[in-house]
Design a binder for this molecule. Structure first.
Ligand code: NAD
Ligand code: GLY
Length: 359
């Protein structure tokens, strides 16, 4: 087992990474002993892992109740949040209760937000079961639901007490979901770590074949990189925005195509192509490095073309991006491969050309 620490003073927490951790009572005991626990999950993950998790909680000295939400991005909604709150109240859970999020990023984001607002905030643990959730969404304390006008438009920063990332859970993940998770792994290399890009270029086939050691390293390195950024800028006053590389275009792709058509990671993959194209056109990334970005995304089996929306529609959808400042959309550019920078001064013509080049 590898353990990484997210250093946030009194809100610091461990990320445990390894195979077979989900059923290990020792990892829950420090937080769950003597507690009443609600396990938020969905009908896809529950049959795979709920029993094992509840047994571990019982061994750790906790009593638990399951709370099921529907599967899919549409579950990040007011209606699902209401259902979770209702279930917590019906179970008479108080402020001393603990919430456990068992599932992918959808469960983690929704359950984390429920924990942030239930009785003004209760603690929670992330047990991510998708690659995307293990390398990204379970770490850093961003929780949210979607609004019809934009993704993640209602949410809170609420750090978990711990993240327990069991890479064995990835065995059952559909291939498409695995590739979507690889997009966020690759993102960490592109923005922060050139040697990790080289490692990915050498090991991408192993990741696609679900080689345990390769997956464990990819999760570990991604979490190390993300933890450093979060520790330096928890609430995204500046630097943390680089974690959104590819996301400004990606959110427009997701919303423009209709939530659920494109997976989040797929949209981020194509969004990174647009952002790399924009970086090349703005002169911050060499053309051969932009080709390296494209080659790795292609080898990960991610889509290489954005949906055929009018460019105006892309621009309109990008306006709701949370990085927008004084009405101007800001972009994360690659400042060479392995480095990223936030820019709000780009000529709109370059943005239009970059979208068109990847459509
Ligand atoms: P998801 O939660 O929808 O999971 C993908 C699918 O895999 C679902 O059908 C799920 O039920 C299923 N699944 C989960 N674990 C499984 C397993 N072990 N075996 C088989 N199937 C399994 O999607 P996701 O990609 O995990 O997360 C996407 C969400 O994460 C988006 O809403 C995105 O906005 C959010 N996100 C949040 C952050 C953050 O910092 N909070 C970062 C990145 C993404
Ligand atoms: N996924 C972007 C962030 O956590 O900041």
């Amino acid at each position: 087992m590898q353990t990484i620490s997210v250093s946030l003073g009194a809100r610091s927490y461990p990320i445990h990474i390894g195979a077979g951790l989900l059923g290990d009572a020792r990892l829950y005991a420090p937080f769950a002993k003597g507690k009443r626990v609600a396990v938020v999950t969905n009908p896809v993950v529950a049959p795979l892992h709920l029993e094992n998790l509840q047994r571990a909680l019982e061994e750790a000295g906790a009593q638990s109740v399951p709370v099921l939400i529907e599967d899919g991005e549409q579950a990040k909604s007011w209606a699902s949040l209401d259902r979770v709150i209702e279930a917590l109240l019906a179970a008479r859970l108080g402020r001393d209760a603990l919430l456990v999020a068992l599932g992918g990023g959808v469960v983690g984001d929704l359950a984390g937000f429920a924990a942030a607002v239930y009785q003004r905030g209760i603690p929670f643990i992330q047990v991510p079961t998708t690659l995307l959730a293990q390398v990204d969404s379970s770490v850093g304390g961003k929780t949210a639901i979607n609004h019809p006008r934009g993704k993640n438009m209602v949410g809170a920063f609420h750090q978990p007490l711990a993240v327990i990332a069991d890479v064995a859970t990835l065995d059952t993940l559909p291939d498409r979901e695995l590739r979507a998770g690889i997009a966020e792994v690759i993102k960490h290399g592109f923005i922060l770590d050139l040697p990790f890009v080289a490692w990915l270029e050498a090991n991408i086939e192993k990741l696609l074949a679900r080689d345990r050691a390769a997956l464990e390293y990819a999760v570990q390195r991604s979490c190390e990189l993300k933890a450093q950024v979060v520790a330096a800028d928890e609430r995204e006053g500046g630097r943390r925005a680089i974690l959104n590389f590819g996301h400004t275009f990606g959110h427009a792709i997701e919303a423009g195509a209709g939530y659920g058509e494109w997976l989040h990671g797929e949209a981020v993959g194509t969004g990174m192509l647009m952002a790399a194209e924009l970086s090349a056109r703005a002169g911050t990334l060499r053309r051969d490095d932009a080709e390296r970005v494209k080659a790795l995304i292609a080898r990960a089996g991610l889509p290489l073309r954005g949906p055929k929306l009018a460019i105006e529609r892309y621009l309109e959808l990008m306006q709701v991006d949370k990085k927008t400042e004084a009405g101007k959309v800001r972009f994360i550019l690659l400042d060479g491969l392995g480095r990223a920078t936030l820019r709000g001064d780009l000529d709109e013509r370059l943005v239009r050309e970059s979208i068109a080049a990847v459509q």
